[in-house]
Design a protein around this ligand. Sequence first.
Ligand code: TYD
Length: 138
Amino acid sequence: MTKNSVVPKIIDLPKILDPRGNLSFIESENQIPFAIKRTYWIYDVPGGEIRGSHAFKKGQGFIIALSGSFEVVLNDGHEEKSFFLNRSYYGLYIPEMYWRTIKNFSTNSLALVLASTSYDEEDYIRDFSQFKKEIENV
Ligand code: TYD
């Protein structure tokens, strides 16, 4: 994963340990490298289902397993890398132009996604061969 100058990475979040229960937080452009424009979450995923399978031309994202666990597989057009998320105090930063697939959701898992853009179908690339073509021109 070396072609893009900005690469995906796991970011550890602040963790305020407290006997009453722990607390973590994210501030726009502070813990994560973009301003948060949108928040959505994926839940009630039936066993064996796969989400994602697309790339964003401009949108950056940050995914946290608020509950349970799942696997995020990223493809930069050349190679694939897998990230296992299972804690609410770290997440995966995904720059633009990475093909993402989210799979192996555990029962009752909850995936929180912070996005740098508003929802815009025009920003999606949903065809992998189209993605491969476009990544060559980045
Ligand atoms: P999609 O991003 O394809 O889901 P995932 O990547 O999690 O598998 O979104 C599924 C549908 O949900 C899409 O066709 C439109 C709708 N949607 C919105 O209306 N707003 C949003 O912010 C998102 C993420 C999806």
